[in-house]
Design a protein around this ligand. Structure first.
Ligand code: F6R
Length: 604
């Protein structure tokens, strides 16, 4: 995910900015840049890849004395990771850095282009700086122009803007993306999108709230709320440890990533949801021409999200859909026909088995699509088309937010195809889009629930194994719940379709077998219920997750009433992730780096 730094003061501005960006490296990025305004002229450096490339480019830049500067690490979302797309972005006499997504950038870009503005990048960010300069041309007051610009933006952002028209000022705004201002006794001001770059520099910090904006100069901080009322800055103390600051107060990266799901799912949906249709600008509709079947291929957690999508695709888009485990597919001498769209799913874009199947599909002349979290990865470079999930870097080895964003994309893509193929009515699509918009709320972690799962976890540290069971899309979710638990707790866990129990697995049922039962109200509730009752009758210990109370459960985890089964899916997903994590923590395991596992499996 992108990172922002800013500085105003008389220390070595280049070092402050580059050191700050270094502290943000852990968030992941694929290009970086800085822009420094000193003595009425800008010095700008950008580089693709690691920060050392940027350091190398800026080697001969040796600023002295007062300066204002902004810097950015970019994780590509709109446009490839190139120098032109790297921030800061230039207007004619101003530079901007931005985290988040400007949802209406295409309309704004069209309007600005019609007025003769030339765009250099493919990013949504560039509209901000051009819009600001257009506004400044007519208003002639930089802060008023900045305010007007903010009122024209839709979406999520943290913004820093510097301009020659106010050379000792940084303009800032926060809406949906984090931004912090740091101060010290020396009239220096710092900005950063998280605590770590500020540790060791700032004495006090202001955590900006959504809707706040303003400007800083060497001797003032002007802060306003969303109603444009002046706000008195509230200063707080900074955390002292950098590692704990990176984890933003969470015990593990996995925990932080579970809590981040609300934000990254919202990012994944931004710009892709309209009132009654789904839009994927990155897809050429011809990709689906002549296609009679969709085949998904992936490994591990990504395979589980693909399996869930097969239900959604057949149900919504009425297209034959199948899914394959990549390590199996590559050796089964599969039949591949050119009326099949071949879709690979991967967080990293580098998993060796999945990459190989993509190569096979290309060689067989199939059209290919990759759903991926890392732009410019091997799979993205190879596939005909790409949809990026916008989960940001995932540090925990056990995948959480990547899975959540993949499933979000699949739900959207099934509706997009349903619209293209006219297999669902507009009313149905509109209704489901309204439900889609509720995903971020459905994955928000509720403190009471987390506390309850913490307490419950102590009852699940022994036994001879876990069954996770569910039907329909809740079957892949059961597989994913079992995978999460075994990866980090090292306890034996299996996922099953609920209806399969009586075909063998139920032989294991006894009080030491824990069944985690996914019982959504809106998907085959009665069928699942009778399967769980069969297990209960054989004395298996039942932990049921549902919004409907179930009196045969030994433990019951309530979820909220939702009107779509996919929202039940997302809420249950969070329950399973947290429960696994709490069990693993009680067992004393390193949740972020489980034994024998690697984050990116680039070997067969
Ligand atoms: C499980 C997990 C793995 C990955 C698998 C595929 O938590 O992370 O099962 O899902 O190794 O990786 P990607 O998605 O990078 O292809």
């Amino acid at each position: 995910m992108c990172g922002i730094v800013g500085y105003i003061g008389s220390n070595n501005v280049k070092e402050v900015l580059l050191d700050g960006l270094k502290e943000l490296e852990y968030r992941g990025y694929d290009s970086a840049g800085i822009s420094v305004l000193q003595d009425e002229s800008f010095s700008v450096y950008k580089a693709v890849g690691k920060l050392k490339n940027l350091q190398h480019k800026a080697e001969d830049f040796k600023p002295e004395g007062f300066a204002v500067g902004i810097g950015h690490t970019r994780w590509a979302t709109h446009g490839k990771p190139t120098e032109l797309n790297a921030h800061p972005h230039l207007g004619e006499y101003s530079y901007v850095v931005h985290n988040g997504i400007i949802e209406n950038y295409q309309e704004l870009k069209k309007e600005l282009t019609a007025k003769g503005v030339k765009f250099l990048s493919q990013t949504d960010t560039e509209v901000i700086v051009h819009l600001f300069e257009q506004n400044l041309n007519s208003i002639e007051d930089a802060f008023e122009a900045f305010k007007l610009t903010l009122s024209q933006l839709q979406g999520a952002y943290a913004i820093l803007l510097v301009t020659k028209s106010e050379p000792d000022t940084i303009f800032f705004a926060k809406e949906g993306s984090p931004m912090i201002i740091g101060t010290d006794a020396l009239e220096q001001k710092f900005f950063a999108s998280s605590d770590t770059p500020l540790i060791g520099h700032a004495k006090d910090v202001i955590y900006l709230h959504d809707g706040e904006f303003g400007f800083v100069t060497p001797d003032a901080i002007a802060l306003f709320d969303s109603c444009h009322e002046a706000v008195r800055p509230q200063f707080s103390a900074l955390p002292e440890s950098k590692l704990s600051a990176q984890k933003e107060g969470f015990r593990f990266f996995m925990e932080k990533e579970i809590y981040e799901q609300t934000e990254v799912i919202a990012d994944t949906m931004l710009g892709r949801i309209q009132d009654n249709a789904i839009a994927f600008d990155e897809l050429d509709p011809s990709l689906f021409e002549g296609i009679n079947e969709v085949k998904f291929c992936a490994c591990g957690t990504s395979y589980h999200s693909a399996l869930a999508s097969t239900y959604l695709f057949e149900r919504h888009a009425k297209i034959r859909t199948s899914v394959e485990i990549a390590s199996e597919f590559r050796y089964k001498e599969p039949l591949m026909t050119t009326d099949t769209l071949f879709v690979v799913i991967s967080q990293s874009g580098e998993t060796a088995d999945t990459l190989e199947t993509l190569k096979m599909a290309k060689e067989a002349g199939l059209k290919t699509l990759v759903i991926c979290n890392v732009d410019n990865s091997s799979m993205v470079r190879l596939a005909d088309a790409t949809i990026l999930t916008r989960a940001g870097i995932e540090k925990g080895v056990a995948s959480t937010k990547a899975f959540a964003t993949q499933v979000t994309i699949f739900w959207m893509l099934s509706l997009y195809l349903a619209g293209e193929r006219k297999t669902l009515s507009t009313e149905n699509i509109t209704k489901q889009i309204a439900s889609l918009r509720e995903i971020p709320a459905s994955v928000a972690v509720n403190d009471d629930l987390h506390e309850r799962l913490k307490r419950l976890s102590k009852r699940y540290l022994h036994g001879h194994g876990f069954f996770f069971i569910g039907r329909d899309v809740f079957y892949p979710l059961a597989l994913e719940g079992a995978l999460k638990l075994k990866e980090i707790s090292y306890l034996h866990a299996e996922g099953y379709p609920s209806g399969e129990m009586k075909h063998g697995p139920i032989a294991l049922a006894d009080p030491e077998l824990f069944t985690i039962a996914l019982m959504p109200q809106h998907m085959l509730y009665d069928k699942t219920k009778s399967n769980v009752e069969e297990l209960s009758a054989r004395d298996s210990t039942i932990c049921a997750i549902s919004n409907l109370t179930f009196d045969k459960a030994d433990d019951f985890i309530p979820i909220a009433d939702r009107d779509h089964y996919m929202l039940e899916f997302f809420e249950m997903m969070v329950v399973l992730q947290l429960l696994s994590m709490e069990i693993a923590i009680r067992l004393g395991n390193d949740v972020d780096m489980p034994r024998n596992l690697a984050k990116s499996v680039t070997v067969e």
